[in-house]
Design a protein around this ligand. Structure first.
Ligand code: GCW
Length: 705
């Protein structure tokens, strides 16, 4: 009997030793990307010595505030430092702490979340790092900023920064449905486990909050803007309250996408007319119910009268009538975010003009707690669009920017396209109304349509994590350069070795332009296949509504190609301020990047490069394909810097992108050739297959639809 138990114990002991050895050995072996940019890979060499000079490092919370966010800040700092140092630290809160947190400044002039970091005297008359937050969340952001610097190998004593968020609202919008499907999601199922909430809170919800807080994101709309009214029911409010409780210590407020017809759908009313007092009373009671469960509830995000969603126009009311009624229900507590992504199924107007036409006349009519959320461009998250003409045109309305982090039109999760340069392009655009887009939206905020899912790496691919990261960093500070963002992300996520960064950062910076080149060069747009938007479909011309068809957007025929949006065409150009319109109205001087967005031109139209339009178009396709080949080659050279699992994952995605870039190029060229009957320019490779072949491809199972 005794001998048997002894044997069992021995075997157990041996197993434990082996397991311990394995778990020690494994981190360097393979990484699955779950840790995102919060890997805090152990420092080495000089960087380690510099941090070790702090010995004994501990973290002191000088104020000892009993605040959950301060507690998060202290824990995060402790955790990050331990990982960077590769050893345990003395307990938190010791008086000999070398990082001194001061988390309550009480200055109303300084925006919430601001912080400063510098070296200076800390208790026990020693030199250390002082971190001052204007409020608890300022401390939290300061901690992440400090760790970001240290992770990149910075000298702790040389860190000196004061940072203030440019925008109050830095938000993610999730197009996640309650059944777990994510509209335009390419990273698996939804991360929100509504089925098991509120009883069960997945650890992912904490890790998600950490990731968001680390880049300054402070608000999350948890459900699809194509909303189910069910999400407003009591049982869902309870689920949402559990998330709100879990995220509060990370400074994140929850928002709900609200279906405008909810009073009818779940409220037992026969109308959702915003001017009907019963409807207003229903929303008021609903808001009261939500605030009883979630005192810091952010508010409602609404897609109304767009793509079949219900809205105030169903009752002959305006967007302002609808938004203001909801705003009244949230008054002094929350915000209504009303989307400007509208185009009517009955309207013959150029789709690019419709949002401006519906909203600009309402300028000044929206309640103070209403924000109008405007996509970066006037159509729909294309690889390149000019900025939306509403920016700057509604000086008496709170406008915020909506960007799409998930890459619906840029190759899903398999194509590498770093989006910071695209967002930088729109943020830096001069609206001609005395402000850049960044300046217009800075008093309000920015929302990004999330790219997270149940995949271990969160975003469906390692490089798509960079877009989540970049969105948060730009919402915090739209003047940050794409290069800085790429550098800090790549250093934290993969390797802080200079040769690696010098190779990978330029590759990231050029990646989005490569997608523009092989999909929609020279201002073309919306040529993707129907529904799922996966792959090319420029030949689609026969769908029910004109603006569902790629042909509507490219308008190509035997003579030429492009959408005339000048005064001789749809005149969408006149929605821009005069000096902006002037830049784009002349076909001879317009930036070729926007040429076919605003002009219909002949195939032999001379381009600034000396090529004909046709030759230039083909040249751009080839340039895009060549760039992806180059990216794949650059990545091949990075093996020594990256763990095998992620190295292989990226390699395989790049191989997909190489093949699909060719597919886009070949299918597009084959189709244009069928219209213009021209020869291919000298030395250009003909498409690998016939047009019929490309047209015959179909992918009903493509994700995200
Ligand atoms: O980009 C388009 C998408 C729709 C989306 C819509 C929107 C949520 O194809 O899937 O719906 O825009 O922004 O409302």
């Amino acid at each position: 009997m005794m001998r048997g138990r002894e044997l069992v114990n021995r075997i157990a002991a041996v197993c434990l030793t082996v397991l311990a050895a394995l778990s020690l050995a494994s981190p360097a072996q393979a990484e699955d990307g779950y840790d995102l940019w919060l890997r805090y890979a152990p420092l080495e060499g000089e960087a380690l010595e510099r941090l070790e000079a702090f010995d004994p490092v501990s973290v002191t919370n000088s104020g000892a505030y009993d605040d959950p966010i301060v507690r998060t800040a202290v824990e995060e700092l402790h955790r990050g430092l331990e990982q960077l140092l590769g050893r345990k630290l003395s307990p938190m809160g010791e008086e000999n702490g070398i990082v001194w947190l001061e988390c309550k400044f009480d200055d109303d002039e300084v925006p919430s979340g601001s912080f400063g970091i510098g070296s200076g005297d800390v208790p026990a008359n020693r030199e250390g790092i002082q971190l001052v937050g204007v409020d608890p969340v300022g401390c939290l952001y300061g901690v992440y900023a400090l760790l970001r610097e240290l992770s990149q190998g910075a000298d702790p004593f040389a860190i000196s920064t004061i940072s203030t968020p440019a925008m109050p609202l830095r938000m993610l919008n999730h197009w996640d449905n309650p059944d777990g499907h994510v509209e335009r999601g390419y990273a698996g199922r939804s991360i929100f486990d509504w089925w098991h909430l509120p009883e069960r809170l997945d650890q992912r919800m904490i890790d998600y909050a950490r990731a968001n807080a680390s880049i300054g994101i402070n608000a999350v709309a948890v459900n699809n803007v194509n909303a189910r009214a069910m999400m407003l029911e009591k049982r869902y409010i309870e689920k949402l309250a559990r998330l709100a409780d879990a995220w509060r210590p990370y400074g994140i407020r929850v928002f709900l996408s609200a279906r405008f017809s909810a009073p009818r759908d779940i409220g037992g009313l026969d109308t959702a007319d915003p001017l009907d007092p019963r409807v207003a009373a229903w929303w008021q009671a609903k808001a009261d119910e939500i605030y009883a469960a979630i005192p810091d509830f952010g508010g409602f995000l609404v897609k109304a009268n767009s793509e079949g969603q219900p809205g105030p126009q169903d009752y002959g009311r305006t967007h302002a009538d609808g938004a203001n009624m909801l705003a009244e229900a949230l008054r002094d507590r929350g915000t209504v975010i009303w989307r400007a992504f509208v185009y009517s199924a009955e309207d013959e107007t150029d789709r690019a003009k419709q949002a401006y036409e519906e909203f600009v006349p309402l300028d000044g009519q929206f309640a103070d707690n209403v924000i109008v959320q405007v996509k970066n461009g006037p159509i729909d998250f294309q690889p390149r669009e000019p900025f939306h003409p509403m920016f700057g045109a509604m000086p008496n309305t709170h406008l915020m920017l909506e960007a799409q982090i998930t890459k619906e039109y840029l190759g899903f999760a398999s194509h590498l396209a770093f989006l910071a340069p695209m967002w930088e392009e729109v943020l830096d655009a001069d609206t001609g109304h005395g402000a850049t887009v960044a300046e217009v939206v800075s008093p309000v905020g920015m929302a990004g349509v999330g790219n997270t899912g149940s995949d271990r790496n969160w975003s469906g691919s390692d490089f798509d994590q960079a877009n989540w990261y970049a969105f948060g960093r730009l919402a915090w500070d739209p003047t940050l350069s794409s290069e800085q963002i790429a550098r800090e992300w790549a250093a934290q996520t993969f390797s802080r070795e200079e040769p690696f960064l010098d190779a990978v950062v330029p590759m990231m910076l050029e990646s989005r332009e490569a997608v523009v080149d092989y999909m929609t060069p020279l201002g073309l747009a919306h040529l993707m296949a129907t529904g799922h938007h996966y792959g090319p479909g420029p030949w689609v011309c026969d769908l029910g509504r004109p603006e569902w068809n790629p042909c509507y957007y490219h308008r190509a025929d035997a003579e030429g190609i492009g959408f005339d949006r000048t005064v001789t065409g749809s005149d969408a150009l006149s929605q821009y301020a005069p000096q902006v319109a002037a830049e784009w109205e002349d076909v001879a001087t317009i930036d070729p990047a926007y040429l076919l967005w605003f002009h219909h031109v002949a195939w032999d139209h001379p381009m600034p490069t000396g090529r004909s339009l046709w030759a230039e178009l083909v040249h751009r396709y080839d340039r895009g394909v060549a760039k992806v080949d180059e990216m794949a080659e650059i990545w091949t050279g990075q093996q020594e810097f990256v763990d095998p699992q992620r190295f292989r994952a990226v390699t395989e995605n790049l191989a997909i992108q190489q093949a699909e870039a060719r597919w886009w190029r070949d299918a597009s060229i084959a189709y244009w050739l069928s219209l213009n009957g021209l020869d291919l320019p000298e030395g250009v490779q003909p498409p690998a297959e016939s047009l019929e072949y490309y047209r015959s491809l179909s992918f009903p199972e493509a994700p995200g639809n």
